[in-house]
Design a protein around this ligand. Sequence first.
Ligand SMILES: *Cc1c(COP(=O)(O)O)cnc(C)c1O
Length: 382
Amino acid sequence: MTATPCATAVLKLLRNSVKALPLYDPGADPEQVARRSTHPLLKLSNNENPLGVAPAALAALEQLRARSYSRYPDPACQHLRRALGEHLDSDPERLIIGNGSENLLELLCLAFLDPADRVVTQSPCFGLHEIFPLMMAAQVVKVASNPDFSCNLDAWQTALATPTKMLLISNPSNPLGTIFDHQAFTRLIDSAPDDTLLVIDEAYYEFASADADFPDALRTLRNQSRPWIVLRTFSKAYGLAGLRVGYGIASDASLVQALDRVRTPYNINQAAQHAALAALGDPQHVQRSQAFAAQAREPLQRALIAAGLRVAPSRTNFLFIDTGVDALEVNRRLLDEAIIIKAWREPGYQSCIRMSLGQPADNLRFLEGLQRAVAALRCTSP
Ligand SMILES: *Cc1c(COP(=O)(O)O)cnc(C)c1O
């Protein structure tokens, strides 16, 4: 393919760190998959909530007077921050709302990372935990998990023995679904240099928070005299992925003010603020979603292990599975049956896939499709 003059010029103008930036993989396009297959579409690629939107949020959206859409939304999200403050027993000044928690990850990198700054994160990792730091030309160091998917605390300790600008982890982990338990989390925090900014991405908090060994990060971090932020989202347990609302609970107001400098002022649209506020008042939906995931998870996990596959012990609404064969090939075969999952592309994990738990019948359909794909690929592989 020959580059057009315009494409050549674009490449020349681009910042160096953007030229080499890997693209985020959102998974296959559902419309395209549905068009190409006679099977009903089954999207298990983005850890969405199979129970849907929190009913209270739906009702609130239906009542929202669309007339007010001609006005800009509240740039400070005051109502939502006040309600979240009460919900979390936190000063609203310490809270920041993002257009998804992805937006907050981006703001953290924009505000804090200079070129060559060191960021330590985990492997396998959530794509944006690597992409956003690389966008700022930071240096990303990834600490690999053990072969059994547990965390390698010695490796973390070694990685954190070098000056580090930002420690960025997801707990529970995306893509593994596993957790740093209370003891591991405390040791990790204690290992980090005193001037490291701690970013704890708890996108799946609601699925694990009732487990006795899941760390209460806010409580552990409260005693730290350094900056930190815990990120959560309305996308997963609340079922509002399409509206884009995440939030951060920061060590203090100065961190929020720092992020406000790089935040686009109207980053949360009016409908999203309104729906998130209502969803917060609907804890039953979160409980139902958590229970639903736990119930769907156990039998599927067992069946996969019985089929000879390795599965990370998940605390979330998704599973990370080592298929033992090329994950891209597995993905291709599942797409033929209109089943969308994510094939992992990180080095060391390219036989792994991540699937989001759905309705029981859907999980069964996935299991059967996966077994067919793996059996076929085992036969053809040398
Ligand atoms: C889903 C996810 C997010 C993004 O959530 P949004 O609030 O929808 O932007 C952030 N971090 C992790 C680890 C996730 O899995």
